[in-house]
Design a protein around this ligand. Structure first.
Ligand code: PGA
Length: 252
């Protein structure tokens, strides 16, 4: 197993252009010494100025969504061709907030994953259960169902490039983190599911992140789990110091 840890910041609808540039001015000098892969995912309008700043650095850029078509009459949408022009490296797909508020479904997630891969963007596919589903003890079947549908019709070579983020919805922005054992249990099951659907060789290469109230205080314990390869960080990625202390979890 040789997976490079990945720490991704999902800024959601936070940080305007000025705040983005201020963040990067403070974060980039420190980020030089980091030993993990780092991605920031600002709002669409900040992607161009962020890309300018990230040139010649190891920090990667990601979008928070994309449309599955290259162009067309889709008011308000952004296409994969537009994202690679910036250039973006990653794209978050199927975040629970998009599934909840913007009618994202397993089918649209699957279409977006295929499109992202076609354009050379690495998808970060989000899956996760609600509190109600956890209480009904259907977390595993729900999450593994989301994984299977997201990967429908993909080849081994494509699946190897994908990143998953397991984000229990009840842990997002609530301060409640899944215990590292709970997170490992689900993430281990996702890896096994990918092995069953494709092969152990493929599932060994797929990076699976945990997301949901990740902070400097809990990152080490999460990263100590065998199947957790990184984190998708929301609130705690908005401040350069906090994000840096998460991304440097293995250095202090
Ligand atoms: P949080 O968000 O870290 O603020 O809980 C994570 C996410 O939604 O990706």
């Amino acid at each position: 197993m040789n997976r490079i840890p990945l720490i991704a910041g999902n800024w959601k609808m936070h940080n305007n252009r000025r705040e983005t540039l201020e963040f990067l001015e403070a974060f980039l000098p420190k980020a030089k010494g980091l030993e993990v892969e780092v991605v920031i995912c600002p709002p669409f309008t900040d992607l161009w100025p962020a890309a300018e700043k990230l040139k010649d650095t190891a920090v990667k850029l990601g979008a928070q969504n994309l449309h599955w078509e290259e162009k067309g009459a889709f008011t308000g949408e952004v296409s994969p061709a537009m994202l690679i022009e910036i250039p973006c490296d990653y794209v978050i797909i199927g975040h629970s907030e998009r599934r909840q508020y913007f009618a994202e479904t397993d089918e649209t997630v699957n279409k977006k994953v295929k499109t992202a891969l076609k354009y050379g963007l690495t998808p970060i596919i989000c899956v996760g259960e609600t509190l109600e589903q956890r209480e009904q003890v259907i977390t595993m079947s729900w999450v593994l169902g989301q994984v299977e549908k997201a990967l429908e019709g993909l080849t081994d070579a494509e699946v190897q490039k994908i990143v998953f983020a397991y984000e229990p919805i009840w842990a997002i922005g609530t301060g409640k983190t899944a215990s590292s054992q709970d997170a490992q249990e689900v993430i281990g099951a996702i890896r096994k599911k990918i092995a069953d659907l494709f092969s152990a060789g493929v599932s060994d290469k797929v990076r699976i992140l945990y997301g949901g109230s990740v902070k400097p205080e809990n990152i080490k314990e999460l990263m100590a789990q065998p199947d957790i390869d990184g984190a998708l960080v929301g609130g705690a990625s908005l401040k350069p110091d906090g994000f840096y202390s998460i991304a440097s979890f293995n250095q202090n």
